[in-house]
Design a protein around this ligand. Structure first.
Ligand SMILES: Cc1ncc(COP(=O)(O)O)c(C=O)c1O
Length: 381
């Protein structure tokens, strides 16, 4: 088991602390990872009798593994998974924490896709693991190089943590590489934790990868209602796996974190998952519109920014070429009320920043950004 003192001393989650400072007092959030949310009323309107059923939702404790009806809906995302292979959590974040706490021992080695959403590496470090970063590089369009994996492997390697579609670059692994990654994990007796919270937001549905959990017992898929479906306030996430040992360990730890999920959220998540196609089409419509705005913006400002167009999801990770990106982000939010996220929250030191593509007001935010740039360029010329 990981040492308690290390878990208690987890360092601050840089991204969350950054958002805590700005999220609820800044006019334009141009760096959100989630898609445009909606009201409970709008979600319930997707089904004729849902509003009345919601009123009658029973507010007692719920089943610890997640309601059977919700698990049956979530199952439809996968090919080979049964409702009993789904463990519902309070957001994807709880599932990441419990997976790592349940699985890793001090001295284990873990390979993590980088740049990384902080908890995907940090909880492993807190659990006493050595972490090697499997680095995606901008010069390769943020692709991971499968040939680097054997060089990262150690005798004590326990798991690979992968995130595709990727936060923050929008990289989507090819089907060929994803199959090779699973083969590598299986041949080397490794677990593969596949963070798929942006799955179903591929711009070309033909490029959607099979879910990790469908490759076999070595793999655990992570999903959530927050991102592609735009329902972060439900705080409903899950893991899907045929690995009963990991499943049982996580389920038993969950008794010490949240015990069970919120009954209203589970009901609303069930409605959402039954209507997931409508939700993802709505959000992909917003992203496609915003991508066109960003393509034009970056074409007009190609001397100031690099632009690797994402292939999936609601984010991109351009580089600022006009000076220090921290200063740029700071001036942009203070003077123009537009928030972009400096790459330092991902421990990136190459002047990148995160751009969010899932919000309806992106065109107005970009207008503000461009106005800001004209005066900023003059004052920094
Ligand atoms: C890659 C990735 N995994 C997990 C999470 C956690 O999702 P949630 O906040 O909905 O629990 C996020 C949130 O940004 C994420 O980007």
């Amino acid at each position: 088991m990981p040492s308690w003192s290390k878990i208690m001393n987890l360092p601050p989650f840089k991204l969350e602390r950054f958002f805590a400072k700005y999220e609820f007092n800044t006019e334009y959030l141009l760096c959100s990872s989630d898609c445009e949310a909606m009201s409970i009323a709008d979600l319930l309107a997707l089904e004729p009798a849902a509003a009345e059923k919601f009123q009658n939702t029973w507010l007692g404790y719920t089943e610890s593994h997640g309601s059977p009806a919700l698990r049956a809906e979530i199952c439809k995302l996968y090919e080979t998974i049964q409702p009993d292979d789904i463990l519902v959590h309070s957001g994807a974040e709880e599932a990441i924490f419990l997976f790592m706490y349940a699985t890793f021992q001090p001295g284990d080695h873990v390979i993590v896709h980088s740049p990384r959403y902080q908890s995907l590496a940090e909880v492993a470090v807190a659990a006493g693991c050595d972490v090697s970063l499997w680095r995606a590089r901008e010069k390769n369009n943020w692709a991971l190089d499968i040939d680097e994996l054997p060089h990262l492997l150690r005798t004590n390697t326990k798991a690979i943590i992968i995130n595709t579609p990727h936060n923050p670059t929008g990289y989507l692994m090819s089907g060929e590489d994803y199959a090779a990654l699973h083969k590598f994990a299986q041949e080397n007796n490794l677990l593969l934790f596949s963070d798929e919270v942006y799955r179903e937001s591929e711009y070309d549905p033909e490029t959607r990868l099979p879910a990790g959990c469908d490759f076999g017992e070595h793999s655990i898929s992570l999903g959530v209602t927050s991102k592609t479906y735009g329902l972060a306030g439900l705080r409903i996430g899950w893991i899907a796996t045929k690995n009963k040992k990991i499943y049982e360990k996580m389920a038993s730890l969950k008794d010490y974190t949240t015990i069970c999920n919120s009954a209203p959220s589970e009901f609303l998540a069930e409605v959402a998952m039954r209507n997931k196609q409508k939700l993802s089409e709505r959000n992909l419509g917003i992203i496609r519109h915003n991508l066109a705005v960003m393509d034009d913006f970056f074409a007009r400002n190609s001397l100031l920014f690099t632009w690797i167009r994402p292939r999936a999801g609601s984010m991109a990770f351009p580089r600022y070429l006009g000076g220090n990106v921290e200063e740029f982000c700071d001036h942009l939010v203070r003077k123009a009320g537009v928030l972009v996220l400096p790459g330092s929250v991902y421990d990136d030191s190459d002047n990148h920043f995160r751009l969010g593509l899932g919000r309806k007001n992106l065109p107005q935010a970009v207008e503000r950004l461009e106005l800001f740039l004209s005066s900023y360029r003059l004052s920094h010329a």
